[in-house]
Design a protein around this ligand. Sequence first.
Ligand SMILES: Cc1cc2nc3c(=O)[nH]c(=O)nc-3n(C[C@H](O)[C@H](O)[C@H](O)COP(=O)(O)OP(=O)(O)OC[C@H]3O[C@@H](n4cnc5c(N)ncnc54)[C@H](O)[C@@H]3O)c2cc1C
Length: 338
Amino acid sequence: MAEHDLVVVGGGPGGAAAAITAASRGLDVVLCEREEIFGERPGETLHPGLAPLLGQLGLEERLEPFIHARHAGIWVEWGGPRAFMDYGGDARGSWEGFHVRRAEFDDLLLARAREVGVEVRRPCAVTALLGENGTARGVMTEGGPLGARLVADASGRARWLGRALGITSPARSPRFIARYGYVEGACSARDAAPLLCGDASGWTWTARVWEKTYQWTRLSFGARQTGDWLPEELRSLTSLTRSRGADVTWRIAERTAGPGWFMIGDAAAVLDPTSAHGVLKAIMSGIAASDLAAGMLRGRLPPEGSATAYHDWLAGWFAQDIAQLIRFYRILNASLFG
Ligand SMILES: Cc1cc2nc3c(=O)[nH]c(=O)nc-3n(C[C@H](O)[C@H](O)[C@H](O)COP(=O)(O)OP(=O)(O)OC[C@H]3O[C@@H](n4cnc5c(N)ncnc54)[C@H](O)[C@@H]3O)c2cc1C
């Protein structure tokens, strides 16, 4: 069985960032993505902090045609009057967030991965882990085995590797299900910037993601959202899809790195979308994991210490985020976190 340096499971932003970084450091990388074609997926609102990271991946210049709308901040109504929270700026001007179609954005990242030498296998679902006693030695795919010195799990909320190794990701919040959908038409109030609106029973997000198309997300603390619900400001518009649900209960794996493996992005840790950084975190963790992987495989970094450093970094980041989110949620509903 040929042995690669790294196999990446999942071709979302986390997996692609890991693959690009590792190949740019000279590693022999294979990425397996189970979907042949990406459909619409949520996660279109991207934070300005992503631009320098995309530059690092060699993409900043190429991103422009894929940006469908820009915004200088977001409107927030959360236990008080509606206020505009801008992203800030510097001497060159305001920092702007932007909207992409995730299918296009994810394809752009995978095209860049191929360009720097990654072998992208698609469609190629990974079905099992090869290795013993919690050590990864490669993966089994629908097309046969793939040997690798390191395995990176970027399978998103599927948490493929955690399930394969029996590593749990305990819930750190009440069960949160986000419902989301897309509508077509005009809502001029939402054209310049998204809105996050909280109430005692949950919150609603609305954003114009591309021309004449708005995305909404609703997270209800208690009662289930009915299938045909729409936010008030979008009720006169036409639904493009049936609404869908996603489990966004806060979780982090008890271990996010170990002998021969790393977990990246949502496969490692999930927060609900009010944290607004899911794609940014997936890309940052992909870059960090592959930097460590390259150091380990070149004998410059100790494997065990690197796995511990990676986990401590992710866990510290997660702890800070949930402390902030709990404070934020308590403004709406004091009993939610006891
Ligand atoms: C309703 C909602 C709204 C959101 N809004 C935002 C937002 O506005 N901004 C933002 O930054 N984030 C947002 N997020 C979060 C964001 O979508 C995720 O954090 C981000 O997509 C995580 O990236 P990832 O690469 O870790 O995983 P994913 O993007 O989920 O990619 C995982 C990939 O792995 C593949 N895969 C899974 N299992 C296997 C397997 N066994 N073999 C091979 N391939 C496999 C999947 O097909 C998929 O392509 C939102 C999330 C939700 C649910």
